[in-house]
Design a protein around this ligand. Sequence first.
Ligand code: SAM
Length: 161
Amino acid sequence: MDPCCGPRDSRRYDAVFDSVFSAAVARRYARRGLRALERGIVDFVVGAGIVGASVLEVGGGIGEIQLELLKRGAARAVNLELSAGNEEDAVRLAEAAGVVHRLERRVGVDLALAPGEVEVADVVVLHRVVSDPSSDDRPGKRPSKCPQPMTPRSPMSEVHA
Ligand SMILES: C[S@@+](CC[C@H](N)C(=O)[O-])C[C@H]1O[C@@H](n2cnc3c(N)ncnc32)[C@H](O)[C@@H]1O
């Protein structure tokens, strides 16, 4: 795969974003809720109109943003993940929030490679989604073969509503 889009071996996502990473994020979310930036994303989307809408989150991890959107009236959400390490915590949190029946979690589908496999959604969220956990592609750094510098808006977050 082109190094601009991700690692050649997608198993590297399992190694980096594993169940230990997931458990730490889940513990923090359970204790303290969303972080400020995540609250900003949720508030923005709720302000744009979330009731009855469909949500697609790419690389949502344990899925705290989509959980909050489902609790605020989104009809359904789909989460795409390349790592399987989040699934146990994600399902447990969705069950606890009472929204698991409106949530579909798909592991191993890369939207960039298989756009036709994913349904169109009203709201698309990307938050802290990295292209290659083992490469030096921090915001502002240019991966060796990318034609343009990577300059994500607001710390690696995108919302399209
Ligand atoms: C830094 S974690 C952030 C998780 C969550 N969005 C958050 O902010 O807590 C990045 C996640 O994006 C996932 N990811 C990276 N590229 C992806 C892609 N093309 N499709 C789906 N998931 C992807 C990784 O597996 C990882 O779980």
